[in-house]
Design a protein around this ligand. Structure first.
Ligand code: SF4
Ligand code: FE
Length: 482
């Protein structure tokens, strides 16, 4: 049954998560002022699924039982589903102005649907049956899953089994009749403490010596032995100030956490890969391709930033300057190019042996490579249009001060038809997305999320079929290699 936003919030309250932030245990993450905006962003994925205006994009028919489910729990049954996934990412980015976190779990489920089937084909194992049972549970309860891939990795020049500290990649430390015991950590986990479930996957391709590191499984997020340590974000403590206007986006945000697994037990029913090391690489590649498509979210945040840039241009009275108009055009051009890439890899998706549709890998990597660049340029143009006031603006408290408020009101007025407060608000939003808390998602996560730029370049090199292109060129100009 699909949850609504309120039911989602209540479901999180039932979890007993071990969360640390600023050196202290957070007893109630749901109501913590720094974490809550990130919960609100995930809640939007539940709220919008119930809105008839968005249900076509936000919901799907389960291929397991035909029931209507939230698209974030869906296994893609055609390119139409993949295209809708891209549109869903843009839609939610535009409605939250930040990372809404729920895509990682969707991408993990889809990647596992493919790879569990493939392992069974080769080894006669039963991972796919386990996976489908788990998927039914996730769909039935409309759960948010954290897709946990990135290990701390230690010395980047060494494989997992050669690390001086063997826990730098998450590994199996014990095998029992009932299941396995795992130890390690996953870094940069988007939305971790807003998740009901955590789906763990390996982070790199592996060889036989690394077989204890080749493991995939799912756990309830509050399983015994899991600890969350919240990452800091630029300007995060503005969220605990009395006046939230200085945050720029008071309602929504994202979060990341380090997730530590201190000898955590996983029952066999929830293990989806165990020592079949040759499938670690394919799982990483499938997940990465799906998640690189997911970065359509950035075109949604880009919509907000373009809207903010046009608005501040009007508030500053420069909206008719030809260079400002041209900068807005450039921002749109870049932003729509991001959207094109995500749409293209979806439209060119293909069915895999288990039935799940996967995006085109080359196009997904090209798309994500653009994401590592264009948001920075869009942000640069937004800052160009906004002007320096965005970073020298006094606090909301000063604007409300009986002593100095009148001066800020007087000297920070732009277009006389616009209140100083509105000018203040839009500048803070641009600051939030390009320098503040949401810049984590819009900029640095665009760079490194779903793999750093070099990871995409390796895939582009592998998939681009340059010899075929050489053959075309040689044929046209009459070169024969014979
Ligand atoms: Fe989803 Fe985008 Fe956040 Fe990744 S960065 S979890 S794709 S919203
Ligand atoms: Fe991400």
């Amino acid at each position: 049954m699909m949850m609504n936003a309120r039911e989602y919030e209540e479901s999180l309250r039932k979890l007993d998560l071990v969360v640390y932030m600023f050196g202290r245990r957070v007893e109630n993450p749901v109501d913590d002022p720094i974490i809550r905006p990130s919960m609100n962003a995930v809640a939007k994925t539940y709220e919008m699924a119930h809105d008839p205006a968005f249900s076509e994009i936000m919901t799907a028919r389960s291929h397991l039982n035909g029931k209507t489910i939230n698209r974030f729990t869906h296994i893609h049954q055609g390119t139409d589903d993949l295209v809708k996934k891209t549109k869903m990412g843009r839609l939610l980015g535009a409605h939250t102005g930040c990372c809404f976190q729920r895509c990682v779990g969707m991408d993990a489920l889809n990647a596992l649907s493919i790879v569990t089937f493939d392992i069974d084909q080769k080894f006669d194992t039963e991972y796919h049956r386990r996976f489908l049972k788990y998927l039914a549970y996730v769909q039935e309860n409309d759960l948010t899953c954290d897709g946990a891939m990135t290990d701390p990795k230690g010395d980047r020049g060494l494989p997992p089994h050669k690390q001086p500290d063997p826990d730098m990649f998450l590994r199996v430390v014990k095998e029992t009749g009932d299941g396995i015991v795992v130890r390690g950590a996953k870094a940069h986990q988007t939305g971790a403490v807003n998740s009901h479930e955590i789906i763990v996957m390996p982070t790199i391709a592996m060889r036989e010596a690394d077989r204890d590191y080749a493991v995939a499984f799912a756990l309830p997020s509050d399983a015994i032995g899991i600890t969350y340590i919240m990452g800091r974000q630029s300007c995060d403590t503005r969220k605990v100030e009395s006046d939230l206007m200085d945050t720029g986006n008071p309602v929504f945000g994202g979060h990341e956490a380090l997730v530590v697994f201190d000898d955590v037990f996983v029952p066999w029913e929830r293990v989806f890969l165990f020592r079949e090391y040759e499938f670690a690489g394919p799982l990483v590649e499938r997940f990465a391709a799906y998640h690189r498509q997911s970065y359509a979210c950035k075109s949604g945040v880009g919509d907000v930033l373009i809207g903010a840039a046009q608005t501040i241009a009007e508030y500053n009275g420069v909206q008719n300057a030809s260079h400002v108009k041209d900068k807005i055009i450039e921002m749109n051009h870049l932003n729509e190019t991001l959207f094109c890439g995500s749409l293209a890899c979806a439209a060119e998706g293909k069915q895999t042996p288990c039935g799940t549709f996967c995006v085109d890998t080359l196009l997904a990597n090209v798309s994500k490579q653009n994401v590592t660049r264009f948001p920075y340029e869009i942000a640069r143009l937004a800052q160009d249009i906004a002007g320096g006031l965005m970073v020298t603006l006094p606090s909301a408290a000063d604007f409300k001060s009986p002593e100095v408020g009148k001066w800020l009101e007087k000297y920070y007025r732009g277009n006389p038809g616009v209140s100083t407060e509105n000018r203040f608000r839009i500048l803070r939003l641009i600051e939030n997305i390009t320098l503040g808390a949401a810049a984590v998602g819009y900029l640095t996560e665009s760079m490194h999320g779903a793999g750093s730029p070099q990871a995409q370049r390796i895939m582009i090199a592998r998939q681009a079929c340059v010899p075929e292109k050489q053959a075309l060129a040689k044929k046209l100009c009459g070169i024969s290699d014979r």
